[in-house]
Design a protein around this ligand. Structure first.
Ligand code: CA
Ligand code: CA
Ligand code: CA
Ligand code: CA
Length: 137
């Protein structure tokens, strides 16, 4: 009886350990490197300020014709059709810098699963985090 219980506890602890290791190793070096690229204060996470700066720089980089907006060609596959139309409230078929930064901000908030105002590698690897990443890098 006692032995059985010990075994069960051992299995649960082993499972937790294994689960913890798996979760920790999933957000691969890729996310760590993506954080590092924008992590101005070097705290290992991205706050909204760092993400906003990344979005502004990304916007300028993608805006090949320098016309103050990004069209679908310039965005390429970075933004899905539905996402684009949600991010374009004035429906002029382009994203201004304000609209673009607003989209990045929205995804930032969705990706910040624990609501602490920063994204760690795990959060950047979430669904919203993976949509955000190509917008800010
Ligand atoms: Ca930071
Ligand atoms: Ca443009
Ligand atoms: Ca627009
Ligand atoms: Ca967070």
């Amino acid at each position: 009886m006692a032995q059985g219980r010990r075994l069960a506890i051992g299995l649960v602890a082993g499972g937790l350990l294994l689960g913890g290791t798996l979760v920790a190793s999933l957000p691969a070096q890729a996310q760590q490197a993506e954080i590092k690229a924008l992590d101005a204060d070097n705290d290992g996470t991205l706050d909204l300020d760092e993400v906003t700066k990344g979005a502004q720089a990304g916007f300028d980089r993608m805006n090949k014709d320098r016309d103050d907006t990004l069209d679908r060609d310039e965005l390429g596959s970075r933004v899905a059709a539905q996402e684009f139309s949600d991010a374009d409230p004035d429906k002029d078929k382009t994203l201004s810098k304000e609209e673009y930064v607003a989209l990045a901000t929205k995804l930032f908030k969705q990706a910040d699963i624990d609501g602490d105002g920063t994204l760690d590698a795990k959060e950047l690897n979430s669904e919203a985090g993976r949509e955000l990443s190509p917008l800010i890098h």
